[in-house]
Design a protein around this ligand. Structure first.
Ligand SMILES: C[S@@+](CC[C@H](N)C(=O)[O-])C[C@H]1O[C@@H](n2cnc3c(N)ncnc32)[C@H](O)[C@@H]1O
Length: 238
């Protein structure tokens, strides 16, 4: 067993606690995103911090048939566990297994840069879409795959659920109680409504119907079958 922790004081504390509990894994203080190439290949890799992008090193360091379990984090939803199996061709594929919000891997924390919202562009109108419908993990996985880079936050209010959607260019929308206010050049709320209609047409699948394929080039979220890709996400890591 091998384990990597980035924070030096936590790594020391973990080593002491593991020894006290009678465990003797090989420990390293450093960046877990690089894996442990000298000890590869592994049968299993488990990440206990969330990632926005699966480091391909983890897939590369698994033996064919090996498993990779991790919490994945996206802007549109705060986290879901995905369990991947590595194929001989170097791809890893598997399904989502419910929600899980974990601390993000250190060097993937700063990706959410968004321009300021220009309040002078506010346009208010009515909406039939209840924002609460966006919060099931199935809906969030589907919409998040269709709208890469769009973040969604929510809160309970006296009027029910309020959501705030934002894109990197400063376009935004906030909706609650049958009213939506849109900002910026992109009509994010119409994109969300169209995405939600498509999700309902698909039969409103639950999160376990979705899966992820990771290759050296990027990630794809799929519905029911790996050939049924919802959207291609992320470019190759640079
Ligand atoms: C939710 S805690 C889990 C701690 C412990 N591994 C456990 O399972 O109880 C997430 C840990 O990931 C560590 N971490 C964040 N980025 C990391 C990275 N790039 N490499 C290794 N560890 C990292 C944090 O310092 C934090 O201790």
């Amino acid at each position: 067993m091998h384990s990597i922790e980035l924070d030096p004081s936590l790594a020391r504390l973990a080593a002491q606690n593991l020894a006290r509990a009678g465990h003797a894994p090989r420990l390293r203080q450093g960046d877990g995103g690089r894996g442990w190439p000298e000890a590869a290949p592994f049968d299993r890799i488990v990440s206990t911090c969330a990632v926005r992008r699966v480091p391909y090193a983890w897939v590369g360091q698994l033996r064919p048939g090996g498993r990779l379990v991790l919490p994945l984090h996206r802007e549109f939803w705060s986290g879901a566990v995905v369990a991947l199996v590595r194929s001989p061709d170097g791809t890893a594929q598997g399904r989502f297994h419910g929600g899980a919000s974990y601390m993000l891997m250190r060097d993937q924390r700063g990706d959410g840069g968004e321009a300021d919202v220009d309040s002078s562009t506010a346009r208010a109108s009515a909406t039939d879409l209840d924002p609460a419908a966006l919060l099931s993990l199935g809906a969030a996985l589907y919409l998040g795959a269709r709208l890469p880079g769009v973040s969604l936050q929510h809160a309970g209010t006296e009027d029910g659920v309020r959501v705030w959607a934002r894109a990197a260019d400063g376009s935004a929308a906030t909706a609650a109680a049958g009213e939506v206010v849109r900002y910026g050049v992109r009509d994010l709320w119409s994109e969300i409504e169209a995405g939600h209609r498509a999700y309902v047409r698909e039969g409103a699948p639950t999160s376990d119907a979705f899966g992820l394929t990771v290759t050296a080039e990027g990630h794809e979220v799929w519905l029911h079958d790996p050939r049924n890709t919802i959207a291609r996400e992320f470019r190759p890591e640079g």
